[in-house]
Design a protein around this ligand. Structure first.
Ligand SMILES: [Zn+2]
Length: 242
């Protein structure tokens, strides 16, 4: 229901483009239908909930919203406003929720080991993405200049030569560093001079909306799908759209 709602929402936002969704991490990491037992169970769930979506109350009535989800929140999801660096949020995404159910996650999804990136490498990646860095010859300092309500990095300020300065939102910065290095914004960033170090890492992904490992943890504990969805999207209403 969450992925259907997300897909329908994104498709409605992109009605002027020649494609609906990206197959990769930009949208939903869709790799096709699996033909094993897991794939069959997933297909059954899709069929059983056909046309059922999540919606939020708005002044115009119930509307689907961008039902974000990510791999693991690491303890607390974050509001879409913190993720976007401002703006309005539909009620189900307005505040984060506590979740420790994702501690069952495999690999480093719940807690991640320290990682680092050389400033020289980061500058190259920033130049590829953002014209603001076109004339930069070095990154002098990187500092966390804002923290979100639940302790994630909320803003990062980079300085270069000649007092050049760029302030970045946390997710833009994270993706520039690389989502496999800075696996979430719930970590400690330390400027070591030539390199940046990321420690105390919690969670994997942006942490907005449903925590996928947490949802599995709750399902294994016997909770129904609707209960799990209401946990991560408080105030959402489950309705049949077609
Ligand atoms: Zn979680």
């Amino acid at each position: 229901m969450a992925s259907r709602t997300y897909a329908l929402y994104i498709m409605s936002e992109r009605d002027k483009r020649l494609f609906d969704l990206r197959a990769g991490e930009g949208d939903q990491v869709y790799r096709g239908v699996r033909r094993d037992a897991f794939g069959r169970r997933a297909a059954e769930a899709v069929d059983a909930t056909r046309g059922v979506v999540l919606s939020a109350r708005t002044p115009k009535g119930l509307r689907i919203f961008c039902a974000y989800y990510s791999a693991a929140c690491g303890g607390h999801t974050q509001s879409v406003t913190d993720y976007m660096g401002g703006g309005d949020a539909p009620e189900p995404l307005a505040h984060g929720v506590a979740c420790d159910f994702c501690r069952i996650a495999k690999g480093e999804a719940y807690r991640w080991k320290p990682r680092s990136i050389a400033k020289v490498e980061l500058l190259g990646r920033l130049k590829d993405r953002d014209e603001a860095f076109a004339d930069w010859t070095e990154i002098a300092t990187v500092a966390v200049t804002g923290t979100t309500e639940f302790g994630r990095i909320g803003q990062v300020t980079l300085t270069g030569a000649d007092d050049a300065k760029v302030v970045m939102g946390p997710e833009t910065f994270r993706l520039a560093v690389g989502s496999r290095v800075m696996r979430s914004t719930d970590c400690t960033l330390t400027d070591l001079g030539d390199t940046l170090e990321f420690t105390n890492g919690k969670g994997f992904g942006h942490g907005v909306g449903m925590c996928q490992w947490g949802a599995e943890g709750q399902a294994r504990a016997g909770r129904q799908a609707s209960v799990i969805l209401h946990h991560y999207y408080p105030g959402a209403q489950i309705v049949r759209a077609y």
